[in-house]
Unconditional design. Structure first.
Lengths: 250, 438
């Protein structure tokens, strides 16, 4: 599904990603953990095509295709989805209209007609029920005045609507109370399939109790310094990151 | 001959066809004297610092069109809000077109200033209201008053409401190489009356047009007036719109100005609150490109206690376009408990576009709530990335953001078909297909 080879990325001449290698197969869930400032969000945004970052060496391949020259929207059309750590407020655009536009633009890129209105409504109803989202919420301006939890839930709602091949969840657990976390995690789990892949970026092991990863990677100082299975997350929870920092320094 | 000289000297010819004993004529004579003394405003006048009329004064405008032109409805239909039934007062090159119009005297008077000036039945209304709120000092208003002869006359008696909205449409055919128009409108909504009006100026060719318009609006107690100005003209059409509004107790007047096209647009929008519990709303959407120029000068004069005013102007400026927003709020000493709100937000899309935004508050009362804010910025890159990451292409994402930016100004439009039309014009201007109405 996704193959990242020796990826370097910088912003204003400061190198943030210093050679990342990562392979994610269809049907897998990978967790990326690591201390603040290690480059987790940068990695997520670079995959999604944020142009603020200068990609130097390395490649990102989605189903074998190099994403380098593709715009964020083209990547989205190919099935990349990023759940933002800080979803942006867009006053004046309702959640529903935003979703309609996004879905129909993707369909247009694939040479398809607009999704019929009744089909769209049905889908919106299904997915909002799955995430226990109040119908009123859908006619509100996108993220405007949403609580932290509502924003994150709305991100996963968008994921459910867009059905991406590769979803990257950047700190989706931050700002969520335990009930909201459970709802969001259930939503994500329902979206897991043998045909898609999910990368979960998190600080804490907590989310991984609900979204159980196949692999866990530790990102530190722009590099993946350790990879393992879900037990690694528990070990990190227990021991913190310092021992890895020391290991990496050696 | 420069334009001022030409106007002053043609006043004698203009007088020829008029009833010189009519009380209005004294107003005209005084007005031409004021214009002759003051002339066109220049950049030395503080209120005209950023808007120059010099270029226009070099154009050889025809002041009285030579011939009458008839237009087919099908050719100008698109300039009407034709989706709904409305009364229509239509002028072609400044001359009333009965063929394109639909007026009425059924309980309300929706007709012409020329009739109102000449017919005895309107004499009293003219005496009470004509030129009573318009400035006698401002030179372009005086120029209009001097040549006031034709325009829309709308009189809504107490407790009445016309069956449908009213459209005032000024069409310029381009039969003259350059044409100057000076429509004069009078709108009176007596106590508890209600009216909705849409005004549009539209040139049909690339020939130069200069419109210097004056509209007086009087809202009686509890009256509700909604006035929509659609300014989406050709790049050779210039407009100075002088609108003066006088409000009595508990009246509501909302003026929406959509400045979406034209060469030079100057809006002088003046609200005078002469009563208590008055609500004045001023909203504007400006979207410009090329070398277009729009200047919004607003004034809200709070002269009595317990009144409100809401101003919300949004501007999007591309290419080398320029904008001005000057919002003046005066709160008299007696006008305690005034609630005055003013907001002006702008987006500059290019390095060459400019906006000059200036709030001007003169507050003499001590127990008031006055807030004002002004922002000038570019489109938020983070928001743009967010939309693009969901598959919305850059151009559409930008348009969506601009749309959203301007949207809250459209929320208060009370004619849904007009709202849809403005949405459509905005979408066309931004060059995108919008799959929905915001």
């Amino acid at each position: 599904m996704l193959e990242i080879k020796n990826l370097h990325a910088s912003v204003e001449d400061k190198e943030i990603l210093k050679g990342i290698d990562l392979k994610v197969n269809a049907g897998e869930v990978h967790a990326i953990m690591g201390p603040n400032g290690s480059g987790k969000s940068t990695l997520a945004e670079v995959i999604a095509g944020q142009e603020e970052f200068e990609v130097g060496e390395g490649n990102i391949l989605l189903e074998g295709e190099d994403l380098e020259d593709l715009s964020p929207e083209e990547r989205a059309h190919k099935g990349v989805f990023l759940s933002f750590q800080y979803p942006v407020e867009i006053p004046g655009v309702s959640v529903t209209n935003f979703m309609k536009t996004a879905i129909n633009e993707s369909r247009k890129a694939q040479g398809l007609e607009d999704m019929p209105a009744n089909e769209m409504l049905k889908k919106i109803r299904e997915k909002s029920e799955m995430l226990e989202i109040d119908r009123k919420f859908l006619s509100r301006s996108l993220n405007e005045g949403f609580s932290g939890g509502e924003k994150k839930r709305n991100e996963i709602f968008q994921m459910a609507m867009l059905e991406p091949k590769l979803a990257i969840l950047d700190e989706t657990d931050s700002g969520l109370d335990i009930d909201a976390l459970r709802i969001v995690a259930n939503g994500v789990n329902k979206l897991r399939s043998k045909d898609n892949a999910i990368i979960v970026i998190t600080h804490y092991q907590r989310l991984l109790e609900y979204i159980v990863p196949d692999f866990v990677h530790v990102l530190y100082n722009g590099k993946i310094v350790k990879s393992g299975t879900k037990e690694l997350a528990l070990e990190l929870e227990e021991k913190g990151y310092d021992w890895l920092k020391e290991e990496a320094a050696v | 001959m420069d334009l001022k000289e030409k106007l002053v000297s043609s006043f004698l010819a203009f007088e020829d066809g008029l009833d010189l004993d009519h009380p209005v004529h004294e107003e005209r004579s005084n007005a031409i004297k004021n214009f002759e003394t003051k002339g066109f405003p220049t950049k030395k006048d503080e209120a005209w610092k950023y808007t120059s009329l010099r270029g226009l004064q070099k154009v050889d405008f025809s002041i009285f069109p030579k011939q009458e032109t008839t237009l087919e409805y099908k050719d100008v239909k698109k300039y009407f809000l034709h989706e709904i039934d409305t009364y229509k007062i239509v002028f072609v090159d400044g001359v009333y077109s009965s063929y394109l119009s639909e007026t009425t005297h059924d309980g309300v008077d929706i007709c012409l200033m020329s009739s109102a000036f000449s017919k005895p039945m309107f004499k009293q209304v003219i005496e009470v209201y004509f030129n009573k709120v318009a400035s006698k000092d401002e030179s372009l208003t005086s120029l209009n008053t001097a040549f006031s002869k034709e325009g829309a006359y709308i009189y809504i008696p107490k407790n009445k409401m016309p069956k449908k909205p009213i459209q005032i449409l000024h069409l310029a055919t381009g039969n003259e190489a350059a044409l100057m128009l000076q429509p004069r409108n009078l709108i009176v909504a007596e106590d508890n009356a209600e009216v909705q009006i849409i005004e549009r100026h539209q040139s049909l060719t690339g020939n130069e047009v200069f419109t210097n318009s004056v509209t007086e609006i009087f809202a009686g107690k509890d009256a509700i007036v909604d006035y929509y100005k659609v300014q989406n003209d050709e790049p050779t059409a210039s407009l100075v719109d002088n609108t003066y509004i006088s409000q009595k107790n508990s009246s509501v007047v909302r003026v929406h100005t959509f400045s979406l096209g034209g060469k030079l647009i100057r809006n002088n929008l003046n609200f005078y609150q002469n009563g208590e519990r008055i609500d004045s709303t001023l909203k504007g959407v400006t979207i410009l490109g090329d070398k277009q120029h729009v200047d919004h000068h607003t004034l809200v004069h709070h002269a009595q206690p317990n009144c409100e005013s809401h101003q919300d102007y949004k501007g999007i400026f591309g290419d080398s376009s320029t904008g001005v927003f000057n919002g003046k709020i005066i709160v008299d000493k007696i006008a305690q408990k005034t609630d005055a709100f003013q907001q002006n937000n702008n987006i500059l899309l290019s390095d060459r576009s400019t906006i000059n935004s200036k709030p001007q508050l003169e507050i003499f009362a001590d127990d008031v709530k006055c807030s004002h804010g002004c922002t000038i910025g570019q489109l938020d890159e983070e928001a743009l990335f967010y939309l693009r990451s969901r598959g919305i292409p850059k151009k559409e994402a930008k348009a969506l953001m601009m749309y959203a930016f301007a949207n809250n100004v459209l929320e208060s439009v009370r004619i849904p078909e007009l709202k849809a039309r403005i949405n459509k014009i905005i979408a066309e201007k931004l060059g995108v297909r919008m799959g929905f109405d915001l």
